[in-house]
Design a protein around this ligand. Structure first.
Ligand code: BT5
Length: 328
């Protein structure tokens, strides 16, 4: 109901709409309208109320709800249904629960805050309220489970391009990070449920540090985490960013569904790579090996060359990669 009221207020932007008019259109009592308006004000919407005239929307809240994003969305399925939470444990956990219950492909879960944000391999993800984009997408692609890592490449390409299009230069650190000035601004966590030959569902979670200030970055992450605001010097519209990411994601994901390839995503991951042509360290089961990153192949494997001249295509998931002198 609150969503419907916001829509009416937006349609009448710059004008007043009376409580009676809203109550007639939405078939709820005027008292109910008044209560919903008060709730919206508490959520951060600036709504002017004048007796005998009604209500007028002055400013929308900085919330990542469907009503706040839909006018920028160009997709058919991705993001056409959004579960929005003020606070939740983890959008990936919630997405998996919904997927098990049969939620459709394209549904998004967004939290203004996560209390148990998850990284890979049991690591954590700091997700303070209103400061970032913490979202998960439910997918049901008809692909072999061994190709689930394609989804991470598509996600990284979609986020990187969205950030670039907002005028902020960034790099993709294979396989799942986006970095600016050698610090992590986004992490991606792809989780799958499947059988040997069949994917039941895939959840891709994206965490992007958007408007965190320097002092809001936890101490232990000071050397390796940053935000779009810290790097660009300006606040960034989270709504625009989410819409851009979802638009890019659907465009790139469609290639996988239609042709079973991810050429466009790989192109972006290559041209924005933080690793290609760099000396790197490969960490696998606590063992570190030196190599040079050479290329990304069509399946998103990172091709590396060892000092003895042998080459290998690395598969994401099993390893971590670091720059010779630090995180990148
Ligand atoms: C990742 O793991 O980079 C995947 C992060 C995915 C987060 C999203 S948010 C929406 C969705 N719901 C979830 O619950 N998760 C996903 P990994 O490569 O393992 O990196 C984790 C490491 O990054 C941690 O051990 C910290 O050192 C560091 N870290 C934690 N929070 C960070 C942040 N906000 N920004 C940058 N680095 C962070």
């Amino acid at each position: 109901m609150k969503g419907k009221i916001i829509r009416l207020l937006k349609e009448n932007k710059n004008n007043f709409i009376s409580g009676q008019n809203i109550s007639d259109k939405l078939r709820v009592s005027r008292t109910a309208v008044w209560k919903y308006i008060n709730q919206l004000k508490e959520e951060g919407y600036e709504i002017e109320s004048v007796s005998r005239k009604g209500y007028r929307l002055l400013n929308s809240a900085d919330l990542l709800t469907y009503e706040e994003i839909e006018d920028k969305l160009k997709t058919n399925t991705i993001g056409r249904k959004i579960y929005h939470f003020d606070s939740l444990d983890s959008t990936n956990i919630k997405a998996k629960k919904l997927a098990i219950k049969g939620e459709n492909e394209g549904t998004i879960i967004i939290g203004e805050e996560q209390t148990k944000g998850k990284g890979r391999l049991g690591r954590y993800w700091t997700s303070p309220k209103g400061k970032g984009v913490w979202l998960s997408i439910i997918l049901r692609p008809n692909i072999e489970p061994t190709k689930a890592s394609y989804i991470t490449q598509i996600g990284a390409a979609a986020v990187s391009k969205a950030i670039s299009d907002m005028g902020i230069k960034n790099y993709i650190k294979w396989p799942n990070d986006i970095v600016i000035n050698n610090k992590k601004v986004c992490g991606i966590l792809t989780e799958m449920s499947g059988e040997i030959n069949k994917v039941n569902y895939i959840v891709i979670g994206m965490g992007i540090n958007v408007n965190l200030n320097k002092k809001e970055v936890p101490k232990e992450l000071k050397n390796k985490a940053t935000s779009l605001k810290i790097e660009s010097g300006n606040s960034v519209s989270r709504k625009k960013l989410v819409a851009n990411i979802l638009n890019n994601f659907e465009y790139l994901y469609d290639e996988l569904i239609e042709y079973n390839t991810i050429t466009k995503s790989i192109e972006i991951c290559k041209s924005s790579s933080a690793l290609i042509n760099k000396d790197i360290k490969i960490i696998r089961r606590n063992k570190t090996k030196k190599a040079k990153a050479i290329n990304l192949d069509k399946d998103g494997h990172l091709i590396v060359e060892y000092p003895d001249g042998t080459k290998e295509g690395l598969i994401s998931g099993e390893i971590s990669v670091r720059g010779e002198n630090g995180y990148v």
